[in-house]
Design a protein around this ligand. Structure first.
Ligand SMILES: NC(=O)C1=CN([C@@H]2O[C@H](COP(=O)(O)OP(=O)(O)OC[C@H]3O[C@@H](n4cnc5c(N)ncnc54)[C@H](O)[C@@H]3O)[C@@H](O)[C@H]2O)C=CC1
Ligand SMILES: O=C(O)CCC(=O)C(=O)O
Length: 483
């Protein structure tokens, strides 16, 4: 019998007024129900927002260090439950257990980083033209923040939104992706156990179109932070804008890696595989286009394909498995449709290309890691986010040509180059339209203390993480004092 997880509203674990629950199933074995969660309605959401609104004033009044002390407690509780929560993540969305443990440890580190933020400076003293006046900036929280999160980083993303929201004095209503609602409930248990005052953090599970949309349009939600697909992100942004609420959107990517003639090829191959195929390619920072200079193209391709063919695919809880399943049926079908489209549009399949079936794969959503070549920039597999383990090889003669191709997409989240030439590095840094540019390192993998976000269609141009988070979760107040 699977456990049932409740909403968390006003400090209480609460069943939905609908009396209905939904199942979270394991994508590596769809017969396994990981847990049941509440199929909530607007009534549940309204209660959660009301409790967050009520908790807002006293929470804002607490000192930053008192709020920080609570976040340190949450971090320690999460750390003690690391293996159990990581296992839940693997069973809910498929990434391998070592990756899930790494992500949970990252959640602990993010909590500690923002706990410390409670003691750091928030404003500037600015000289006034009046010599007898004091002018400075301070910051004030937004109030109630709605947090809408995806399933691909079920611990790190909720925490990198909730922790800064709280430390800067906001209260929170979080709505996780249904695929990973159980993992989110376990994170919220850590906050509850740490003794946060009632109403400071609330969780309501349920459908995106009811609870997610409900948060975006709710008149008492002052800010919305979202990570997920472009279509949904744009709708949330428009709904927030229409009622004057602040919003922050992190959306898709179509991230390139450039491999120059002078690159360390072994390093470039390792990083392309890790950046493109870990987590089954389900990262907004995943490498999907591999732009290789002609002199090293054949050598790079040979090494890459040989290594990709050795990757082990299966249940991420099993030792020795390198890549797990797609996170849900829709995701698997999207990947399969792009595999077909790639071939139809004239790309050549070098390896992979199929759903994995048969012994060991019967009940799971597994697909082979896939490499295409002869990919041209107008093809769908070179333009659209697949969110799967698919690499598209493109051959170029010069670095200028590589940069032009790299920029020839609507997204601009992250990008890598492998080169030992300082001139090529500088051209890449200057000319690549991406929020994260990485030299001799894979396109995925962000550091919690640095700003994270994209250009072009990848984000709403704001940045998350590090101290940059303060820009979204607070408003600047300019103070002028005359004695
Ligand atoms: N940038 C990223 O990290 C992510 C990108 N994606 C992209 O999105 C594609 C589809 O994945 P989905 O899980 O369907 O993403 P999604 O954008 O539908 O889901 C993300 C979150 O938004 C919520 N949501 C859904 N509809 C909503 C609405 N109308 N109003 C408010 N909230 C809503 C969902 O319940 C979930 O919590 C993927 O194939 C991938 O391309 C998905 C997840 C993460
Ligand atoms: O690359 C990472 O570590 C973070 C990626 C990310 O934020 C995402 O896929 O949503």
């Amino acid at each position: 019998m699977s456990a049932t997880y409740l909403n968390f509203i006003n400090g209480q674990w609460t069943p939905s007024v609908t009396g209905e629950v939904e199942e979270s199933r394991n994508p590596a074995n769809q017969k396994e129900v990981v847990g049941l969660f509440q199929k909530s309605s607007m009534d549940d959401l309204n209660q959660a927002v009301a409790s967050a609104k009520q908790a807002s004033k006293p929470w804002k009044k607490l000192s930053g260090s008192a709020r920080g002390d609570l976040l340190y407690k949450v971090a320690s509780i999460l750390e003690r439950r690391l293996d159990e929560i990581a296992e839940t993540m693997t069973r809910e969305m498929g990434k391998t257990f070592p990756e899930a443990k790494g992500e949970t440890a990252r959640g602990v580190a993010i909590l500690r980083y923002y706990a410390g933020e409670g003691l750091r400076s928030v404003g500037d003293v600015i000289p006034s033209t009046d010599s007898e006046a004091l002018m400075f900036t301070t910051r004030t929280p937004l109030g109630v923040v709605g947090v809408i999160t995806p399933w691909n980083f079920p611990v790190a993303i909720p925490i990198w939104k909730i922790a800064p929201a709280l430390i800067y004095g906001n209260t929170v209503v979080v709505k996780p992706a249904s695929e990973t609602a159980v993992t989110c409930a376990k994170i919220v248990e850590c906050f509850a156990k740490a003794g946060l005052p009632a109403g400071v953090i609330n969780m309501v599970t349920g459908s995106g179109s009811i609870i997610g949309q409900g948060l975006a349009t709710h008149p008492d939600v002052n800010g919305i932070t979202f990570t997920g697909s472009n279509g949904v992100g744009k709708r949330i942004g428009q709904a927030a804008l229409a009622r004057g609420a602040k919003y922050q959107l992190e959306m898709g990517g179509k991230n390139p890696v450039i491999v120059a003639n002078d690159a360390n090829l072994d390093l470039a191959v390792e990083a392309t595989i890790s950046g493109g195929l870990r987590s089954t390619g389900q990262k907004c920072t995943a490498t999907s286009r591999v732009i290789v200079q002609s002199e090293v193209y054949d050598a790079f391709k040979e090494k890459l394909v040989q290594k990709v063919q050795q990757l082990t695919v299966g249940d991420g809880m099993k030792a020795g498995i390198w890549m797990g399943p797609c996170a849900n049926e829709g995701q698997l079908q999207t990947v399969l449709s792009y595999l077909q489209k790639g071939t139809e549009e004239g790309a050549s399949l070098l390896c992979g290309g199929n759903r994995l079936q048969g012994e060991g794969f019967e009940n799971g959503l597994f697909v082979e890691p896939t490499v295409f070549e002869n990919v041209t920039t107008k093809m769908a597999i070179a333009q659209e986010e697949i969110f799967g383990p698919v690499l598209a090889l493109m051959k170029v003669n010069t670095i200028e040509e590589a940069l032009e191709l790299a920029n020839d997409v609507e997204f601009g989240l992250s990008a890598s180059i492998f080169t030992t030439n300082i001139g090529s590095m500088l051209s890449f840094i200057n000319e690549m339209d991406a929020g994260l540019v990485r030299i001799n390192a894979e396109s995925a993998g962000v550091e919690l203390q640095a700003p994270f976000g994209g250009m072009k269609q990848s984000s709403s141009h704001s940045r998350e993480q590090g101290r940059a988070a303060m820009e979204f979760f607070t408003s600047v107040k300019t103070v002028f004092v005359k004695g």
